[in-house]
Design a protein around this ligand. Structure first.
Ligand SMILES: [Zn+2]
Length: 401
C-alpha cells in the first residue's frame, strides 16, 4: 500500500511541476519541459494529456524545429479551472470566483448586520456561499473553496479556534462547508493568508522572512519565517494586536492590560477624536462630518489629516509611536528582510507609514535593520479574496505568481 501511495504522490508532484513549468515558460514543447525538469518524456506526455483533459493546459501552435517535425507547443489556461475565495470580517462576507492566477472573475459582498455572531454568522457565511454558487457556471471545474477569517484559526484541521468579536469557539468550518457543498475547502487566518499572498503575488521580492502588519478596525500580523507561515502550536501565532505595550494600560477583551490594539486601532482613534472635541479642541473632522459624530469614518479622518488638522496629526504621532514599539519587538525577535504595512489606517496615509518606518529603523538593533525594507501592501482592492486564493493555490500547486 505504502509503495502505491508513494508512486501516486510522485505522479501528482510531477504533474504540478509540469503545470508550473508550462505556466512559467509556456508556450513550450513537451520535450523542452522534459529537458528543463529532468522528467522522462513519457511522464511529461501523459501528464500534459491529463492537464489538457482537465482544461488547465491547451495546445498552442507549433514551435521551431530543431531537425525533424515541428514540436507542438502547450500553454497554461488560467481560466480552465476556478476557485471560490471567501473572506469573513466583522462587517462583510466577500466571495469571489477566481481563476488560477488569482484574478477575480466575479465578486459579491454580503454585508454582516450588527449583532450577527456565533452560530448565526456561521450560518450566514454558509448561506452566502450557497447563494454565490448559484451564479457559477460549471461547478465541476471548481477546485474548491478557500475561506479566510480573523481570529485564531487552526488551518491544519480547518477549525476557527477563537474569535472574540464574532463569538466563535472551535467551529469546524472546513468540514461544515465540505459537507454542505461537496467541494474541497481550505480555511486559514486572514493575516496569515495576506502575508502568503504578499510573498507569492506581491511583486517578486521573494522574501523568505517577512512580516505583514495590518492596522484598521483591529491589529493583526502574518509572519513568514524561512519561507513558510509561522503558525505556532495551535495556529495562534501572529496575534500582534495583543502584545503588551503598556504594563499598566487599558484592560483588553483578551483579559490582559495594555494590548497594542487598544492604542492604535479605529475604536481608539475614534475615541481620541471625541475626547479632543470634548476638551474643546478645534478639528476639521467635525466640519467634514457635518458636526455628526456618527459620520466620522476612516475617510473623514484621512481627509482632515491631509488638510493638516492638528488633532489628527497628534493622533498619527501617537499611533506611530505605539506601532513602532510593537514592530521593533518583532524585528528584534524575527529579523525579517521585509515589512509590509496594510489595513485601513495605513492606506493612503504616507505620513503614518513614513513615521513608523523611521522610528523602527532608529530603534531596532542596528544589525537587524541593515537591508530591512518597508513597503505598503500591493495586493489592491481585492486583497482579501486574493489572500484566500493564495492559500489554495499554494497548497495545490505551490504557485508563486
Ligand atoms: Zn488583548
Amino acid at each position: 500500500m505504502r509503495r502505491t501511495g508513494d508512486l501516486k504522490l510522485i505522479q501528482e508532484l510531477n504533474r504540478f511541476i509540469i503545470l508550473d513549468t508550462i505556466r512559467q515558460f509556456g508556450p513550450i514543447s513537451r520535450s523542452d519541459i522534459a529537458k528543463k525538469q529532468g522528467i522522462s518524456p513519457t511522464t511529461v506526455t501523459s501528464a500534459v494529456n491529463e492537464l489538457i483533459r482537465d482544461g488547465m493546459v491547451a495546445e498552442d501552435g507549433t514551435g521551431e524545429s530543431k531537425g525533424g517535425r515541428k514540436p507542438i507547443m502547450v500553454r497554461f489556461c488560467p481560466d480552465g479551472k476556478f476557485l471560490i475565495g471567501v473572506s469573513i470580517t466583522n462587517t462583510a462576507i466577500t466571495i469571489a470566483e477566481m481563476n488560477l492566477e488569482a484574478a477575480t472573475k466575479q465578486k459579491k459582498i454580503y454585508p454582516v448586520k450588527a449583532g450577527l455572531v456565533s452560530d448565526l454568522i456561521i450560518q450566514y457565511v454558509l448561506d452566502s456561499i450557497g447563494d454565490f454558487l448559484q451564479s457559477v457556471d460549471d461547478v465541476s471545474r471548481c477546485l474548491g473553496i478557500s475561506i479566510i477569517a480573523p481570529g485564531i484559526v487552526d488551518a491544519a484541521s480547518g477549525v476557527i479556534r477563537f474569535n472574540s468579536k464574532l463569538r466563535l469557539h472551535d467551529v469546524p468550518l472546513k468540514d461544515m462547508a465540505e459537507e454542505r457543498f461537496g467541494l474541497n475547502t481550505w480555511l486559514d487566518n486572514d493575516a496569515n493568508a495576506i502575508a502568503l499572498a504578499e510573498k507569492n503575488f506581491g511583486g517578486g521580492l521573494n522574501a523568505d522572512n517577512l512580516l505583514f502588519v495590518t492596522v484598521g478596525e483591529g491589529v493583526g500580523s502574518g509572519l513568514v519565517v524561512n519561507g513558510s507561515i509561522f503558525r505556532g502550536s495551535r495556529g495562534g501565532a501572529g496575534e500582534f494586536g495583543h502584545t503588551t505595550v503598556d504594563r499598566s494600560g487599558m484592560r483588553c477583551d483578551c483579559g490582559n492590560v495594555g494590548c497594542l490594539e487598544n492604542y492604535v486601532a479605529w475604536p481608539a482613534i475614534y475615541s481620541g477624536i471625541l475626547s479632543a472635541v470634548t476638551r474643546g479642541k478645534e478639528t476639521l473632522v467635525m466640519d467634514l462630518a457635518d458636526g455628526d459624530m456618527t459620520r466620522i469614518t476612516f475617510d473623514v479622518f484621512r481627509q482632515a489629516l491631509h488638510q493638516g488638522d492638528q488633532v489628527c496629526q497628534d493622533i498619527v504621532d501617537e499611533i506611530a509611536s505605539y506601532m513602532s514599539i510593537g514592530i521593533v519587538n518583532l524585528v528584534n525577535l524575527f529579523n525579517p528582510s521585509l515589512i509590509i504595512l496594510g489595513g485601513e489606517m495605513i492606506r493612503d496615509n504616507q505620513v503614518l507609514f513614513e513615521r513608523i518606518q523611521k522610528q523602527v529603523m532608529a530603534q531596532a538593533m542596528g544589525t537587524m535593520v541593515e537591508g530591512l525594507e518597508f513597503r505598503p501592501t500591493v495586493l489592491g482592492a481585492d486583497f482579501e479574496v486574493k489572500a484566500a486564493a493564495a492559500v489554495l493555490l499554494q497548497d495545490v500547486f505551490h504557485f508563486s505568481l
